[in-house]
Write a protein that binds this ligand. Structure first.
Ligand code: F6P
Length: 471
């Protein structure tokens, strides 16, 4: 497996030289020279179309980026991912989240966990409220799924992630212990926030209602007093666990068929990621263009703009997925990096975002690369997304306008168009971003599957509380 520094690859130097030619290249000029650019610069995956014509990149750029991926040994790394190899070396763990959605090809333990989730969901007569406790990957995925499809929910699901007791008290508002199911999700069952909320919820239930745990640490959940335990596995990173029992609350509320469709969409994307040539491979293209923007065009932030209110939590989900995975400063060999890795990921639902921070996107000084996500929810939403992407790309060249009214344009964006907004398409979209993150980890030579950067703060908080006699 190639763990050499990417900036020592011949393609890296070629890309750096190639980037200089892009300083003075205008997107408007590219479209004028090639009115079919929108049709050329695209790729299809199941249920999803990527249009990258408004990226500051051309055919040669993509060839060089694909060459970089090849020089990084991308095909071998991808094979290792799908073979479940122990590529999370700092934790000596396999990485097998794709096995969670492999359908009939999934490992027996996964199929049996799915069957148990279904069976448990079928036994919730009388449950009117599910209170889902968990944080990070044990929260964001299930929360996104529920928020996206909450109109179809047959049970009211509320979430509490914060150690601030207000979060749990809001999640319990108007609930009755007898008709409440508390689902405590923690892969480790050691996370302070989740345990504090689980203790408080247990006290609130006061022996009534029910509690279920989802964890890879069954002994700790049982010692806590929870008998119904759904599994997690150490080969699934929290931020890759939306396909697992960590989403039991969503499965219970939305129905097992919806969850199956979600898994099927991801499975289709896995196939595409494995089979499509690099220059037509949507997750790979997202990764390559991301590296191009970050490392060669100097974009330090990446803005995610879902033009579908159902996907309003997508930016928060992707923040953890991208920044906890690739926000790294040393490579797989422990060498300090001389190049940038994950950009700051941010965003909000369009059109709300337009009345908040788009001023900076259009006329601010930072370089921001945007992903517009459109799903045909309404003509107004799609028109606004298109208008924003055009304004960013082409601006206004009118010299008659005063400076403060001019838009410089030439600001890069991609548009991801979902054929439809349902669980299957959301599954495909999230899997595409997962594979983007994996591919960027290969390109940057970082371990995308550990998160040591979160440990020091946890330890210091514990010490501070101990010194105050509170722990
Ligand atoms: O502290 C970071 C983190 O470990 C995330 O990676 C994880 O998703 C979250 O905490 C929750 O962890 P757990 O599921 O073990 O409670």
């Amino acid at each position: 497996m190639n763990t050499t520094p990417p900036d020592a690859c011949p393609a890296w130097a070629k890309l750096a030289a190639h980037a200089e030619g892009w300083c003075d290249t205008r997107l408007a000029a590219l479209f004028a020279a090639d009115p079919q650019r929108g049709a050329h610069c695209g790729a299809h995956a199941p249920g999803l179309h990527l249009d990258y014509s408004r990226q500051r990149a051309g055919a040669l750029t993509l060839r060089l980026l694909a060459q970089l991926a090849e020089e990084r040994g991308f095909a071998e790394w991808r094979r290792a991912l799908f073979d479940g190899a122990p590529i999370n070396v700092t934790e000596n763990r396999a990485v097998r989240h794709a096995a969670l959605r492999a359908g009939d090809a999934a490992p027996a333990e996964v199929r049996s966990a799915l069957a148990r989730m279904r069976a448990l969901a079928a036994q919730l007569a009388g449950v009117r409220r599910i209170v889902h406790l968990g944080t990070g990957g044990s929260d964001l995925g299930a929360r996104l799924l529920m928020d996206a499809f909450r109109g179809r929910a047959r049970i009211d699901v509320r979430f509490a992630a914060n150690i601030d007791p207000l979060d749990l008290s809001r999640a319990l508002e108007d609930a009755e212990p007898d008709s409440t199911l508390v689902v405590a999700v923690s892969k480790t069952f050691t996370t302070a926030e989740t345990l504090a909320n689980a203790r408080a919820a247990r006290a609130w239930l006061n022996g009534r209602g029910r509690m279920v745990a989802v964890t890879a640490n069954e002994a700790a959940a049982r010692a806590f007093g929870i008998d119904e335990v759904l599994p997690m596995w150490d080969w699934v990173g929290g931020r890759f666990s939306v396909w697992s029992p960590a989403s039991f609350s969503a499965l219970a509320a939305l129905g097992a068929d919806t969850f199956d469709a979600f898994l099927a969409g991801a499975r289709d994307m896995d196939r595409h990621f494995l089979d499509a040539p690099l220059e037509k491979n949507v997750p790979v293209l997202l990764a390559l263009l991301g590296v191009w923007n970050v490392n060669f065009l100097g974009a330090a932030t990446h803005c995610v703009l879902p033009y579908a209110h159902a996907l309003q939590l997508l930016p928060a989900y992707l923040q953890q997925l991208e920044m906890e995975s690739n926000g790294k400063r040393v490579d797989r060999e422990g060498r300090e990096l001389g190049y940038a890795t994950a950009p700051v990921v941010w965003g909000a639902a369009g059109t709300v975002s337009q009345h908040s921070f788009h001023q900076l996107l259009h006329q601010g000084t930072p370089q921001v690369a945007c992903d517009f996500i459109v799903a045909g929810v309404s003509a107004e939403l799609d028109a606004n997304a298109e208008a924003q992407a055009r304004a960013l790309a082409f601006g206004t060249g009118d010299p008659a306008l005063p400076a403060y009214r001019r838009y410089p344009g030439n600001r890069p964006s991609s548009t991801l168009r979902l054929e439809w907004l349902d669980a299957r398409h959301l599954g495909g979209l999230l899997a595409a971003y997962e594979h983007k993150v994996f591919t960027q980890g290969v390109l940057w030579n970082v371990n995308s599957f550990d998160q040591w950067g979160v440990e020091l703060g946890k330890q210091l908080a514990g010490e501070i509380l101990k010194n105050q006699g509170r722990a």
